[in-house]
Design a protein around this ligand. Structure first.
Ligand SMILES: Nc1nc2c(ncn2[C@@H]2O[C@H](COP(=O)(O)OP(=O)(O)O)[C@@H](O)[C@H]2O)c(=O)[nH]1
Ligand SMILES: [Mg+2]
Length: 297
């Protein structure tokens, strides 16, 4: 019988949580970009092998909520750390450990689940700087283990995964053996498109974009997908479109490539850009895009 359980992945925005999740399960389920607030919702990544099933719950980074979407993101962190077998706090080793992180880690050590700290990005961290940072963790009582990894280079990730198995307390399988996430294909398709917009457009478009799927159908030997990129301000639309439509074309090419990989069949992708002012405070649009404030059951 396999040991099973849930492990929450928490930490500051941009710490490297989603990259670590993808490395742990050896599949890309959570999108990654250099921009903070790339992950909006808790997303589960599932690892199943001969002796265990680990359900990792990736979360948006800790943030100062400024709108209804921010409230939703914070709520999804609380829901994720509620009732897990272990809380894994991810820290960017290259940035050093901030007081805010020390505070968060201390808070988690006072809750029920064991706390593990993972220092990541050691591929770009200097050893001399890392050691004093590690010393800061020694001051905190109740951290069960500390690991140093590079998720990007896949260094130390297998060792981490094996070490995490000891925290699993269940025996019930939560997912099928070949499941990799709790999210639907429709959700992953929208996330891929959002990732490509974040990666393509520079700082001008911070995080105010949403993706609405108008069509998702298998026809004529491939997936026919039609999606709208929602922007918050009229001035953002020409940025996403680019000069003579060059930007949206490039977003489309990259998105199609990744979606084809996900769906394992040809993809016909049509993208639109629409201005929806202040959509991040509009309950009906938030709901339509899947950011509804449901409680974990
Ligand atoms: N060099 C390096 N960069 C990383 C590593 N892990 C994540 N990153 C980068 O850090 C940025 C934020 O990563 P992401 O996983 O989205 O962070 P999240 O906001 O915590 O989920 C991205 O540009 C990643 O490519 C790592 O191990 N090494
Ligand atoms: Mg993330």
């Amino acid at each position: 019988m396999r040991k099973t359980g849930f492990i929450a992945i928490v930490g500051l925005a941009n710490a490297g949580k989603s990259t670590l999740l993808n490395a742990l399960i050896q599949q890309k389920v959570s999108i990654v970009s250099p921009k903070p607030q790339t992950t909006r919702d808790s997303i589960m990544g599932v690892w199943t092998d001969d002796d265990s099933q680990i359900v990792f719950v990736d979360t948006p980074g800790f943030l100062q909520s400024k709108n209804a979407l921010g409230d939703y993101m914070l709520k999804s962190i609380d829901n994720a750390v509620d009732d897990v077998d272990c809380v894994m706090v991810v820290v960017d080793g290259h940035d050093g450990i901030s007081d805010r992180e020390i505070g968060q880690i201390t808070k988690y050590t006072k809750q029920n689940a064991p706390v593990v700290v993972v220092i990541t990005k050691i591929d770009i961290s200097q050893k001399e700087k890392l050691l004093p940072e590690l010393a800061k963790l020694n001051q905190i009582n109740g951290i069960d283990q500390v690991f140093c990894v590079s998720a990007k280079r896949n260094n130390g990730v297998e060792e981490l995964k094996n070490a995490l198995k000891k925290y699993l307390t269940g025996t019930q399988m939560y997912f099928e053996e070949d499941d990799i996430t709790d999210k639907s294909e429709r959700y992953l398709v929208c996330e891929i498109i959002r990732e490509k917009v974040l990666l393509s457009c520079e700082a001008e478009i911070p995080h105010g974009i949403g993706i609405a799927l108008n069509k998702f159908a298998y026809e004529n030997g491939g997936w026919s997908i039609d999606a709208t990129i929602l922007v918050e301000k009229a001035s953002h639309k020409p940025i996403v479109l680019g000069k003579h439509g060059a930007m949206i074309k490039s977003i489309g090419i990259h998105a199609r490539e990744s979606i084809q990989k996900l769906m394992q069949s040809p993809v016909f992708l049509t993208l639109w850009v629409k201005v929806k002012e202040d959509w991040r405070n509009n309950p009906s649009i938030l709901n339509e895009l899947g950011y509804s404030n449901r409680k974990k059951d």
